[in-house]
Design a protein around this ligand. Structure first.
Ligand SMILES: N[C@@H](CCC[C@H](N)C(=O)O)C(=O)O
Length: 274
């Protein structure tokens, strides 16, 4: 029987199966049905997605991210941070605390902050013009993955599964969009919950979602923007933990977007491919 070795990681409760193909001719023989079965929480390992690590000629590694439905997803912020943690902790890494990787044809940079025991990912810049204000409380933007952001008065009472699914596959049909609900608490601390496209339920955290929430909150906060670049930081509290999003903002562009949070290995194993 064909067996695949894996590690299991999570980033604030957003959990992933890590498969390292670098020493196996850089190929994968896993089908999308098998990926979907591996992610099943009762009949498989259980995960929100799969991170396949490949070698790269231009970066330290190449990441292929699959959602729990078994299909290739767009950028996964927490998954990328877990892949960074996995590669930095691999025996062939010689004390480096930062690296580059390619994902969907884009080069990213990330690393480890030892004093906080956290892993970070630098995301692509976002043009302010590409953050769409749909009405007073709804926004849409792309932070590597598409995200709808809705401000709500009480995050605890939102039916994330039902409303998230309607927005994800109704409003954004046919490709869908991740959907985030958020409530302001104190300055620069926001509570958020995410319905994830491709996982098709609420996950315990979402990195590109936390980033989307932080960028929209900044825009919300700065209706009269000053014409200078200022450093900004938000803590996004999600059900599985808190993610920090730091960036520099001007009137036109949000740059140096850094997503910071935990990335933890929880177990290793092997899975029979049937
Ligand atoms: N959990 C992710 C988001 C993953 C991408 C998404 N489900 C999609 O393909 O739209 C994150 O941490 O960013």
């Amino acid at each position: 029987m064909n067996v695949v070795s894996f590690r299991k990681y999570h980033g604030a409760g957003n959990d992933f199966i890590v498969i390292d193909n670098r020493h196996d001719d850089n190929t994968t023989s896993i089908t999308s049905n098998q990926r979907n079965s591996m992610c099943h929480r009762n009949f498989g390992i259980g995960a929100d997605g799969i991170l396949e690590i490949m070698s790269s000629s231009t970066a330290n590694f190449k990441l292929i991210y699959y959602n729990a439905d078994g299909h290739v997803g767009s950028l996964c912020g927490n998954g990328s941070r877990c892949a960074i943690a996995y590669v930095l902790n691999s025996p062939d890494n010689h004390r480096s605390q930062e690296l580059t990787f390619e994902c969907n044809g884009v080069l990213y940079h990330g690393g480890y902050i030892s004093q906080d025991n956290k892993y970070y990912l630098y995301m692509n810049d976002v043009q302010v013009n590409n953050i769409y204000r749909l009405d007073d409380s709804n926004y849409f933007l792309d932070t590597g993955s598409p995200h709808h952001v809705q401000f709500v008065t009480n995050i605890q009472t939102v039916n994330v599964g039902e409303v998230g699914s309607e927005l994800c596959y109704g409003r954004y049909s046919p490709h869908g969009s991740n959907v985030n609900f958020c409530t302001r608490t104190v300055d620069n601390l926001i509570k958020a919950r995410t319905f994830e496209r491709g996982v098709d339920r609420e996950t315990l955290a979402c990195g590109t979602g936390a980033t989307a929430v932080a960028l929209v909150a900044h825009l919300h906060d700065t209706r009269t923007v000053v014409d200078e670049v200022s450093p900004v930081s938000y803590d996004i509290e999600m059900p599985g933990g808190t993610l920090k999003v730091e960036f520099k903002a001007s009137k036109e562009i949000i740059s140096d977007i850094k997503l910071i949070g935990p990335a933890v290995e929880v177990f290793q194993g092997s899975y029979p491919l049937i």
